[in-house]
Design a protein around this ligand. Structure first.
Ligand SMILES: C[S@@+](CC[C@H](N)C(=O)[O-])C[C@H]1O[C@@H](n2cnc3c(N)ncnc32)[C@H](O)[C@@H]1O
Length: 398
């Protein structure tokens, strides 16, 4: 749980008020609030709890007993604090090594000392031929005592003595000696002017952002025409900010698609499934629907998907409301059908834009302009489908 000082800071931020207005609102001397926010004094916990409840009631536009902004923030945090393992990063980046040569790499949701993204790129700086590595963190790192600023790591040179077998301690020592980590002016929000300035200078963004900010991060990065390799949840595929990018071949799925394990903070609540504690006491969670999204070219998207089934109207029924056939497994895509087909979302992991065209999706039929209909067959609702057309279909057989 965050300290009481951090809680009062968080509450004021959520309220959107300046220190002066917030202090006036709750009849606290401004200097006292400043002392609380800067850890010079600690507010009584009942005061924080009262302010929390008052703000939550105000937000709900009515008195709500027991409501809490901090609890809400904690549960949002629980869903956002998934820390990527070194192996997950190494496994994915191994498919794009040429893309990093002479490039400025930005990890913009990454604490220089805690995230494995900086660790990976420092250890592989010379092997990948990176020109510069920049990592920015959001809010203070636990390694620093000063509050409210993010940190930035900037490196344009890593000694050859640091490599894949280096210990963490050697890396920290190097960063310290080299004075490579500095305080940002602001809190390190990747959307802040300061961080967007850094983004503009960079070539490739590689990170795992909070899932709740995934679409904002991808929108920002594509707005500035940057390359990216970013972890997200497969649910994001059908977001209105993401699907058009995939449809227009401006983004595609990376290599790892499905199961991914993440370290989670020690104060994470245990869960019945996909949660465990390892022998060191570290808490873990896994997702069955994680993915990497990228716009760096990969071999896989130029490989033709081998098809061996033939179309048969008895086997491939049409949807109730749309002239398209239901194909419930990617392996069953008929090689000779040139009309629209509904396929599972896992198709995207095999998608070759020279072979197929993405027409839209079938989900609720109303989510977005590309959500064309509700995928029912004889009144039975199917899973969410991607609608595709085989550009190379052999039409002779039907
Ligand atoms: C899912 S965690 C992943 C951390 C790290 N990238 C990794 O993969 O291990 C997301 C991180 O984004 C940071 N974060 C949250 N909101 C942010 C924002 N608006 N801008 C930048 N970073 C943010 C959090 O502090 C958290 O460390």
């Amino acid at each position: 749980m965050a300290t009481i000082n951090a809680q009062i800071r968080e509450l004021r931020k959520v309220s959107g008020l300046s220190q002066t207005t917030f202090a006036e609102k709750f009849e606290i001397p401004t200097s006292t609030l400043q002392d609380w926010e800067h850890n010079r004094r600690t507010p009584p916990s009942y005061v924080v709890s009262m302010i929390d409840k008052l703000l939550a009631s105000e937000k709900a536009d009515k008195p709500v007993i027991g409501n809490s902004i901090l609890n809400k923030a904690k549960s949002a945090k629980d869903n956002d604090e998934f820390y990527t393992t070194y192996e997950t990063i190494a496994k994915e980046v191994s498919h794009y090594t040429a893309a990093f040569r002479n490039k400025i790499v930005l990890c913009n949701c990454d604490d220089p000392y805690e995230s494995n993204f900086p660790k990976f790129f420092i250890k592989n700086f010379n092997v990948l031929g990176i020109k510069k590595l920049i990592c920015t963190s959001y809010m203070p790192s636990e390694k620093f005592s000063l509050a409210s600023n993010g940190y930035v790591l900037m490196l344009d040179n890593v000694p050859e003595t640091i490599g894949t077998t280096s210990e963490d301690a050697d890396i920290y020592e190097f960063l310290k000696k080299n004075n490579s980590v500095k305080r940002l002016v602001g809190n390190g929000d990747f959307r802040s002017d300061e961080c967007v300035g850094i983004l503009k200078e960079s070539d490739i963004v590689v990170t795992n952002p909070p899932f709740s900010l995934f679409r904002e991060l991808i929108s920002l990065v594509t707005e500035y025409n940057k390359q990216f390799l970013v972890i997200g949840n497969q649910n994001a595929i059908t977001y209105k900010e993401i699907f058009p990018l995939i449809q227009e071949n401006k983004a595609w799925i990376g290599y790892q698609f499905g199961d991914m394990s993440f370290k989670v903070p020690q104060d994470s609540e245990p869960r019945e499934t996909r949660f465990w504690i390892d022998e060191t006491g570290q808490k873990w969670r896994s997702l069955g629907n994680a993915m990497w999204l990228t716009n760096i070219d990969i071999k896989r998207r130029h490989q033709k998907l081998d098809l061996c089934k033939l179309f048969d109207a008895e086997i491939y029924p049409k949807y109730d409301e749309f002239d398209a056939i239901e194909v419930s497994k990617v392996a069953d895509i008929p090689l000779d059908y040139s009309g629209i087909m509904g396929v599972p979302i896992t198709f995207l992991n095999k998608y070759n834009p020279e072979q197929f065209e993405i027409i839209g999706e079938a989900n609720h039929g109303s989510d977005n302009s590309f959500d064309l209909f509700k995928p029912t067959v004889d009144g039975k609702l199917k899973f969410k489908r991607i609608l595709i057309r085989n550009k190379m279909a052999m039409e002779s057989a039907y």
